[in-house]
Ligand binder design. Structure first.
Ligand code: EPU
Length: 423
């Protein structure tokens, strides 16, 4: 008997129509949960999405000694009064690389952290040298022992740090560490992603002094202690973009509520270029698509440019476009693995280095395909929704890491999608 892992089964061909609510952002909620390590008071966090990476992060924080109250449906109260175990184990970090986000706060608050060094992962090497370099500039003594980062600092001090690479979690780690450092820290060439602003807003509510979050120079004046606070996580711009791309590809008409169109300028521009009609309000986006998409050529780059986390979904959109598009991935060295799977659905894609040349065809064929990482999985869902016949997507635990109730939301929009197999 062979093992039954969960799969998604999609009957393609239904245009997505209707309205759904967008969840809180995974990549904002993860650092905000870690910010709770910086104080002994209660931190109340709302609009936290229910997905696997959040569950993993909460398990890690509990292991460290944080008390976590799940107030449901999307609210958690965390209290890090007692930090018992200053470690993120290999098992944790290999399941979720964002576990590295406990390094900065633990070091700043407890003076020590022992965090497994992440290895390579499906989408690329993803080193953490910039996190380490920044913390060393702030006075941490860091050694690598048996595959673990051992960081010690009685009291971090302010520093001027010029990042060699724009890194999102690297900027977040250093910003959190600097809130409790002695003196002023300036992070230059900082990441400008909206999730950094969301984290800064939470830290400011806790009493941190931060200026410039959202620009490439962030200044943090350290304070002796931080206090409890309440914070609502920003909407998920990648979930928003994924549903918009799916509606565009299927020739649908959808309304997404509780999102923020300003977070998605580059993505909305590309959807408009593909021929979709888009209307926006303060907290909603409507998209209507009446014909076959036009090809959209794009290049991923740090915010505010086109996000790498939307590249795979636009690959699927381009597969059925009326013409040829070129997609270039510049952030991760191995993030085109969905191409092989899309080709099994008859897509015409040629890869040269980090560039994919996609010659649009009128329709894809349903097939049995395998998810390889979170956003690659989303691209296969979109391909399955437009394909003729049945698509079975294997290894959907990748999808469950980052999308809240994706098949329920798609069903609400009229998709024929079911989960099969045991958990
Ligand atoms: N990099 C280094 N050294 C470092 C840090 C990063 O060389 O010390 C390199 C990476 O290898 C990569 C590039 O810099 O080539 C950018 O990586 P970054 O550090 O910005 O990525 P991250 O912080 O690990 C976050 C998101 C990712 C998203 C990227 C890029 C979280 C928890 N994760 O990762 O989200 O793709 O930024 O925007 O915020 C996803 O949600 O599917 C996902 C992978």
């Amino acid at each position: 008997m062979h093992e039954q892992t969960p799969k998604l089964i999609i009957q393609g061909g239904n245009p997505l129509r209707g309205e759904i609510r967008i969840s809180g952002a995974k990549n904002a909620a993860l650092p905000v949960l870690c910010a709770a390590l910086l104080t002994g008071d209660d931190i109340r966090i709302s609009n936290v999405p229910r997905l696997m990476d959040i569950t993993t992060m909460i398990s890690l924080l509990k292991e460290i000694g944080v008390s976590v109250h799940d107030n449901g449906p999307s609210e958690f109260v965390l209290c890090a009064a007692n930090l018992a175990h200053l470690t993120a184990s290999y098992d944790m970090v290999k399941t979720m690389r964002a576990a590295i986000l406990v390094l900065g706060p633990l070091l700043a608050r407890a003076g020590e952290a022992y965090i497994s060094l992440p290895g390579g992962c499906a989408i690329g090497l993803r080193p953490v040298d910039q996190h380490i370099k920044g913390l060393e500039a702030m006075g941490a003594e860091i050694t690598i022992e048996h595959g673990y980062i051992h960081a010690v600092a009685k009291q971090l001090h302010g520093a001027r740090i010029v990042m060699d690479i724009v890194t999102v979690t690297g900027t977040e780690n250093l910003m959190m560490a600097a809130t409790l450092a002695h003196g002023t820290t300036v992070i230059e060439n900082a990441a400008r992603e909206p999730e950094i602003i969301d984290l800064a807003n939470c830290l400011i509510a806790m009493g941190a002094r931060i200026h410039g979050a959202g620009s490439d120079i962030i200044t943090i004046e350290g304070v002796p202690v931080l206090r409890g606070a309440e914070h609502a996580v920003m909407p998920d711009r990648i979930e928003t973009g994924t549903f918009l791309a799916a509606a565009c590809a299927t020739g649908g008409d959808i309304r997404l509520s509780e999102t923020d169109p300003h977070l998605l300028d580059a993505v909305l521009d590309k959807l408009t270029e593909s021929g979709a009609s888009i209307e926006t309000g303060a907290r909603w986006i409507n998209l209507e698509m009446q014909h076959r998409p036009k090809p959209v050529t794009l290049r991923t780059a740090p915010y505010p440019a086109f996000p790498t986390d939307m590249q795979a979904q636009f690959m699927s959109l381009n597969c059925i476009a009326d013409g040829t598009a070129v997609i270039t991935e510049t952030i991760f060295e191995n993030r085109l693995m969905h191409v092989q799977e899309l080709k099994r659905m008859n897509a015409d894609i040629r890869v040269e280095g980090n560039t994919a040349i996609i010659r649009g065809i009128p329709g894809l064929d349903g097939a049995h395909v395998m998810a390889t990482d979170l956003r690659a999985s989303a691209s296969l869902v979109i391909a399955g929704l437009v394909a003729q016949g049945e698509t079975v997507i294997d290894r959907i635990y990748h999808l469950d890491r980052g999308y809240e109730a994706i098949e329920k939301k798609l069903s609400l929009l009229g998709a024929s999608i079911q989960r099969a197999g045991t958990h």
